[in-house]
Design a protein around this ligand. Structure first.
Ligand SMILES: [Zn+2]
Length: 507
């Protein structure tokens, strides 16, 4: 076996990522019954263990901050840390997946419902009593069985990461590896919650009264699930023209939706294919799958736009960049491009041109969208604030459920349940990636409007700039660096607040 070097880590790392991505593509597209990941992990064990971690940690500490070598080392150290921790946590994660697949709820009226149906059944239940009955049983079984497993998993993860001796604490390690200033972002979230409180109180009360026909003080997270599942506009987002409309718009903006054959649209009907669209970058930038099974409806359009944003990003990334700039890095960037496209669903001109919503229905639709957007942003701000405390170690594990309920309920007004304090958590602060992606998306949209007019999405001059200034860079930069270079402005919540104000003012 050849000695472990940085270049070997790059070439084997790329092969490992390609094999994993291909396996996911085949399994989720229905081309293979299951993803067989164990064999891939075993084949690449040498680059996924403590030796690789030691090598790259040394490189990280010995390179000069600000240099490309340090940037590369940071990206690779973050990746190795994740891989080593994921391998160590695999057993706990598998135990949890097995539980989710077999657990059942015992409803007070004697019915038995599979755990995995609970969220769907609650979302579909127009009758509030029915939502209450399912939710009570769900919270009971989560509290008794899933929550302890999840709590153990997070405790173990925190110990593992802190034992890697990259920085003194879990949160400091995340900051060192991701380049994200957590406490700064938490402060921005707190400010955003204050700045949008009055706007939220208004739209929340109005929406709960008119759509749920409930007293706003009594609504819970289960009611929110039902509210957000509303399908009143789905007929105007037909499945048969979805792919063609979105491809046409991409061409009108001056971008080839197939990226010269590098993006493969897998659209045929196939047994075992996932129902939600997804993107699988099997070789970056040369072989990227966009898998979909068109159902129509607004959620389907949004998902296709989102996944197309990822696919374009991977397929237009510069092929001469090193592995770590093409495959690794700050996922706020790729999520930002995905959101840049899915937020076209908030653009009245785009909706009029590429859907059947029509001008007359647009104001009501956009106000609904504004409610959803503000709800999700406030929820994610509260999640990040809470998750920082969960990993931070200063709040005892037994006090976390009260903190969770307090944070999430005060941000969203919907009443949350203590049972979810370890379940409703995105590991490794993925909420921070989403929040920065959201900020990046809003900033890019404002910049595109300034440079290429309100209908930048059909301006053939916009595409070349998007490809070269944005997509081509892969994830070499942090989202904040990219924002400064491409727009001359810093990431912040300000453009998002402006966009939400526009959506809510309309009716
Ligand atoms: Zn995404």
């Amino acid at each position: 076996m050849t000695a472990l070097t940085l270049d070997r880590l790059r070439s084997d790392g790329q092969r490992f990522m390609e094999e994993v991505s291909r396996e996911y593509y085949l399994a989720h597209a229905g081309l293979k019954p299951t993803a067989e990941l164990q064999a891939i992990y075993a084949r690449h064990a040498a680059i996924l263990g403590d030796d690789a971690l030691a090598l790259i940690r040394e490189e990280f500490h010995s390179t000069t901050e600000g240099s490309d070598a340090h940037r590369s080392a940071r990206l690779m150290l973050e990746w190795i840390t994740d891989s080593v921790a994921s391998r160590a946590l695999a057993e706990l994660d598998e135990r949890e997946i097995a539980w989710e697949g077999s657990a059942v709820l015992h409803l007070d009226d004697g019915r038995v419902v599979p755990y995995q149906r609970a969220a769907i059944d609650i979302g579909n239940a127009a009758d509030r009593d029915e939502r209450v009955v399912i939710e009570r049983a769900r919270a009971r079984v989560v509290q008794a069985e899933l929550a302890p497993m999840r709590r153990e998993r997070f405790q173990r993860e925190k110990e593992l990461i802190e034992a890697m001796r990259i920085a003194p604490t879990y949160n400091a390690t995340f900051e060192a590896l991701s380049g994200v200033n957590l406490s700064g972002l938490v402060a921005e979230c707190e400010q955003f919650l204050r700045d949008t409180q009055a706007m939220w109180d208004d739209v929340y009360a109005e929406t709960v009264r008119t759509k749920l026909r409930m007293d706003p003080a009594e609504a819970t997270r289960a009611d929110a699930l039902h509210l957000l599942r509303a399908q009143e506009f789905d007929a105007f987002f037909p499945s048969d023209s979805m792919e063609a409309s979105i491809r046409r718009q991409t061409r009108e903006m001056g971008i080839d939706p197939g990226a010269g054959g590098r993006i493969i649209f897998d659209t045929e009907e196939r047994e075992g294919k996932r129902s939600r669209a997804f993107c699988a970058p099997v070789r970056v930038p040369d072989e990227v799958y966009l898998v979909l099974r068109p159902h129509g409806g607004q959620a389907d359009y949004r998902t296709l736009l989102h996944e197309l944003g990822h696919a374009l990003h991977f397929a237009y990334t510069r092929g001469d960049y090193p592995f770590e700039w093409r495959w690794l890095g700050d996922n706020s960037v790729t999520e930002g491009y995905a959101m840049l496209l899915d937020h076209l669903m908030h653009d009245a001109g785009w909706l009029a041109r590429y859907t059947e919503l029509g001008r007359r229905r647009a104001p009501t639709f956009l106000r609904t969208v504004g409610f959803e957007e503000l709800h999700f942003l406030r929820r994610y701000c509260a999640k990040l604030i809470y998750e920082t405390a969960l990993y931070g170690g200063e709040t005892s594990w037994s006090s976390l459920p009260d903190l969770y309920v307090d944070r999430l309920t005060s941000a969203t007004t919907f009443q949350y349940d203590r049972a979810d304090a370890f379940v409703d958590v995105d590991p490794r602060f993925y909420a921070a990636r989403y929040l920065r992606a959201w900020q990046l998306q809003a900033l890019l949209t404002e910049t595109l409007v300034e440079r290429f007019d309100e209908d930048w999405w059909r301006n053939p001059r916009a595409g070349p700039w998007i490809r070269e200034a944005l997509l081509g860079e892969g994830q070499r930069e942090l989202a904040g660096e990219l924002a400064e270079r491409a727009t001359g402005r810093a990431l912040s919540f300000a453009p998002l607040v402006r966009a939400i104000e526009d959506l809510l003012v309309i009716s």
